[in-house]
Design a protein. Structure first.
Length: 124
């Protein structure tokens, strides 16, 4: 991964964390890594632990940030979340959200989609 890509990713995650804090989410952890998976942000929304995937796009040449979430990506997120929940001994509610950030016409557009695994058999 290039330095620019890492900086861009951190910038997107910083924007997402600030956005979530504005919604009274408590940021618990950032950049949880395991072999074969990553969680960008872990937050608490009331009684629910929220795993947050952050996607940032500077252009829509390859689709929007929302469009970048594929079934394959969701599968890896679910796997990583199960490992995280086991490792951290999370017993309560758990969901996976998406923060999609698109830069359009010089403006930042943030879309928050809750429970992106809806319709998938996640086993939580």
């Amino acid at each position: 991964m290039t330095k620019f890509k890492k900086e861009q990713g951190k910038y997107g995650e910083d924007l997402a964390a600030k956005y979530l804090a504005g919604l009274d989410y408590e940021i618990i952890e950032r950049n949880y890594l395991i072999r074969g998976g990553e969680i960008d942000i872990v937050a608490q929304d009331g009684e629910t632990t929220v795993i947050v995937e952050v996607k940032l796009r500077n252009s829509d040449d390859f689709g929007s940030a929302v469009e970048s979430i594929t079934k394959s990506k969701v599968k890896y997120l679910i796997r990583t979340c199960k490992i995280y929940a086991f490792e951290k001994n999370i017993k309560g509610l758990l969901r996976i959200d998406l923060i999609a950030i698109d830069f359009k016409n010089g403006k930042v557009e943030i879309e928050h989609i809750k429970n992106i695994t809806e319709g998938f058999n996640v086993g939580f």
